[in-house]
Design a binder for this molecule. Sequence first.
Ligand code: SF4
Ligand code: SF4
Length: 198
Amino acid sequence: MNKELINNNPIEFAVDIISHDKNTKENGVLKCVQCGMCTSTCPAARHSSYNPRDIIERVLNGDEAILEEEDIWNCFYCYTCHSVCPVGNSVCEVNQILKQNAISKGIAYEKLYDYLGFADSYFNAAIGAIPEAFFEDIKDDVDGWWEFRQDLVNIRNKLNLGPLFPSEDVIDEVSIILTNTGFKSRMDEIRKSQEDKI
Ligand code: SF4
Ligand code: SF4
């Protein structure tokens, strides 16, 4: 594991995370007592080398090399750690901030490229839809999923759930928001970075 202290005041890394808009747990990172409750309940830790307690320890050590590591991408935001932490920390939110910092530094674009289909569906349809690239895997893993998906419009009609997609004006509004907030330009940048390699 690479360790890199940012300077003589490693706590600055944690303070930077605490001041991020996504952080709702006031000073939670600084209160971590390294009890390991987050790790013992984390599904990602159960199935990989990912360790939420270790994430916080490294943040408190000012170890910015963590932004370059595979492990932070194993967290899938289930918020279990967030709900069990005895001092009100949220490794889930810390991970979101770490990933944002990594993306801002141009790290891990190759990981995000595979998921651009999700971003496309937000931009083009104003909903989060499973990208076609994952269809075959889901068909193999989930019996009846494909048939259910193909019949979704009929099922919704029978249940009086209304149309699956938002109206055109809603889609246009969401597209404008995603453009003006920089989401679209980031999508384009990630796509270009990987397609230029082909
Ligand atoms: S549960 Fe909270 S206090 Fe315990 S190690 Fe995890 S983040 Fe730290
Ligand atoms: S949000 Fe992430 S770190 Fe927290 S329990 Fe879920 S997978 Fe683990």
